[in-house]
Design a protein around this ligand. Structure first.
Ligand SMILES: [Zn+2]
Length: 48
């Protein structure tokens, strides 16, 4: 089973993810979230 992460959790991980600084276990749930989350792929934090 994949471990789902919330949008907020992904936002916290995105900085390290962008730097390729996450372990595989940490990055694994981020990638599928990015695929389905336009707010994350847009690079924004969801703030207006
Ligand atoms: Zn998101």
């Amino acid at each position: 089973m994949e471990r789902a992460v919330s949008h907020e959790q992904v936002q916290e991980l995105l900085g390290a993810y962008a730097l390729d600084a996450l372990d595989g276990d940490e990055a694994a749930p981020v990638e599928p979230h990015l695929t389905g989350c336009p707010r994350c792929t847009a690079g924004g934090g969801g703030a207006p």
